[in-house]
Design a protein around this ligand. Structure first.
Ligand code: S3P
Length: 164
């Protein structure tokens, strides 16, 4: 079974995924990185040049590619579940774990970061809250939810390993 890490931007999916892969001796994949490799440009440039819809299309393609693997640890992008069908692809091929955090801690982690096109808005904290609220019904569909607000990535990885 694969292990899918989902959840909002800045919850530590990539960092925790790498730790888990190391501890469990599994292969790690970061969907955002695979998307950039496939498109030959950064996520920011994909959004600017081709639009979000095109980004979501590539995102689903790379998900389906890695879903065929066995025992991979996969860090996904925060909006993966907004595309219909992606939940089922993950559910059928692995365990889904949501990394959660408060809007405030996400804001602290991401402020000044220019790599997230969806947060290139005037009022970042309001946009984080709005998107979080909109996506909450998707994130709670996971098999397990871990709060990352006040804990280290190592502690988050340890909690996930206990669940597994
Ligand atoms: C997105 C999250 C990003 C990236 C893209 C869109 C989103 O990934 O896929 O900017 O819709 O929440 P991270 O969650 O790894 O930041």
């Amino acid at each position: 079974m694969n292990i899918y890490l989902i959840g909002f931007m800045g919850t530590g999916k990539t960092t925790v995924g790498k730790i888990l892969a190391e501890k469990l001796g599994r292969k790690f994949y970061d969907l955002d990185e695979l998307i950039e490799r496939k498109a030959g440009k950064s996520i920011r440039d994909i959004f600017i040049d081709d639009g979000e819809e095109h980004f979501r299309k590539i995102e689903t393609e790379v998900l389906k590619e890695v879903a065929g693997g066995k025992g991979y640890i996969i860090a996904t992008g925060g909006g993966l579940l907004t595309t219909e069908g992606n939940y089922e692809v993950m559910k059928e091929s692995g365990v889904i774990i949501t990394l959660a955090a408060s809007a405030e801690s996400i804001y602290e982690r991401l402020k000044g970061d220019e790599s997230r096109p969806l947060l290139m808005v005037e009022n970042v904290i309001d946009e984080i809250k709005r998107l979080m609220f909109e996506r909450a019904p998707l994130y709670i569909k996971a098999d397990y939810i871990v709060d990352t607000s006040d804990v280290s990535p190592d502690e988050v990885a340890a909690e996930i390993m206990e669940f597994l």
